[in-house]
Design a protein around this ligand. Structure first.
Ligand code: SF4
Ligand code: SF4
Length: 332
């Protein structure tokens, strides 16, 4: 166990890269893991898929620096992070202006339909089809599959996605996972805001305690939206304020809408959160560099951008405008 990661939580400087519970684009996950490991991230959160875990692990090993913890996620019931968009491309009219392609942040849609490994379920395409052809297929990650991964893969942490009203489902998942999870250094529980969320989190706390490992409450503000604009971070900050004021014991980490505006807002409010997780914003920020990392200058630029994002005290990190500016030219 690397106690440096626990120290980062205690020092309120913890950072996590979210590759995404449904994101399986291993060609992007490996270089992202490489960059963020070099940048000093504490944890990399990936889909509970052996190929994805191995891709992230290769990226971590390539960095050759202190390794972040690898985390896999599962859900106790329907959850927007665990879905994929679907449509039949044969039905699409030839003259459709194809708004679905334009809104997809990861270019997962083409004339062949949805490239499923790339789709991470953000939902932006679901309502734009003028014919209503696009639907979401949700799935529940089986705890048994995660236990299997814990047996065979270098995983240090598990995150359970839950929502108010899922207590019984959470309890079933926990019964299956508990013997394994408590051998790990970290458990995270991710939840979205709700007017009953505080009593709900306390009810989960009763289920999981006593807990012999660290616990993070992930305040999932506006899921999968950090790349849309600076304001998306406000929901997670508001939610974290509630957990810090009234929630059960544990570290509190922001997610869902986080971006370069997150730490400045945290500092402005003097909010004692312990860390921030970055998903769609981080992936979009680094995407232009991923295929050119053998060029040392490109790699150095990518690592600098990642450091500015995740290390709140790095000069420039407090400036949404500079971090969100067009990426420097990437040599081919
Ligand atoms: S817009 Fe979002 S939900 Fe639709 S295909 Fe792209 S990643 Fe998937
Ligand atoms: S918007 Fe609808 S009809 Fe048009 S290409 Fe996309 S899925 Fe097909």
């Amino acid at each position: 166990m690397d106690s440096g990661h626990l120290r980062a939580l205690a020092q309120r400087s913890w950072s996590k890269l979210i590759c995404g519970a449904s994101y399986q684009d291993t060609a992007s996950i490996e270089p992202l893991s490489w960059i963020f490991t070099l940048a000093g991230v504490n944890c990399i959160d990936v889909a509970a898929d052996p190929a994805v875990v191995q891709a992230a692990y290769r990226g971590i090993q390539r960095a050759g620096t202190p390794a972040p913890w690898l985390m896999v996620s599962l859900n106790d019931d329907t959850d927007p992070h665990f879905r994929k968009a679907h449509f039949d491309p044969e039905r699409c009219p030839a003259d459709c202006p194809r708004p679905c392609e334009r809104v997809c942040p990861v270019q997962a849609i083409s004339r062949a339909g949805v490239e499923l490994p790339r789709c991470y379920g953000c939902g932006r395409c679901l309502d734009v089809c003028p014919y209503g052809y696009i639907s979401a297929r949700t799935y529940v990650q089986r705890p048994g599959a995660v236990v299997e991964l814990l047996h065979h893969q270098p995983i240090a942490a598990v995150e359970i996605h839950t929502q108010v009203g899922h207590r019984e489902a959470f309890q079933r998942v926990w019964q299956e996972l508990q013997p394994w999870v408590t051998r790990l250094p970290l458990l995270a529980i991710s939840c979205q805001d709700h007017d009953q969320v505080i009593p709900y989190l306390w009810s989960l706390y009763e289920i999981i305690t006593p807990l012999p490992c660290a616990l993070i409450w992930q305040a999932d503000g506006r899921p999968m939206s950090g790349d849309i604009g600076a304001g998306t971070t406000q929901a997670t900050v508001r939610f974290a304020q509630k957990i810090l004021a009234q929630g059960p014991p544990g570290w509190v980490q922001l997610a869902g809408g986080t971006n370069a505006a997150t730490w400045p807002l945290v500092r402005q409010l003097n909010l004692p959160v312990h860390g921030v997780a970055y998903g769609s914003y981080a992936r979009k920020l680094l995407q232009p560099y991923l295929q050119n990392l053998d060029n040392e200058a490109v790699l150095a630029t990518a690592v600098t951008l990642a450091k500015r994002l995740i290390h709140p005290k790095t000069p420039g990190a407090a400036d949404w405008a500079s971090a969100a500016a067009p990426a420097p030219t990437v040599p081919g």
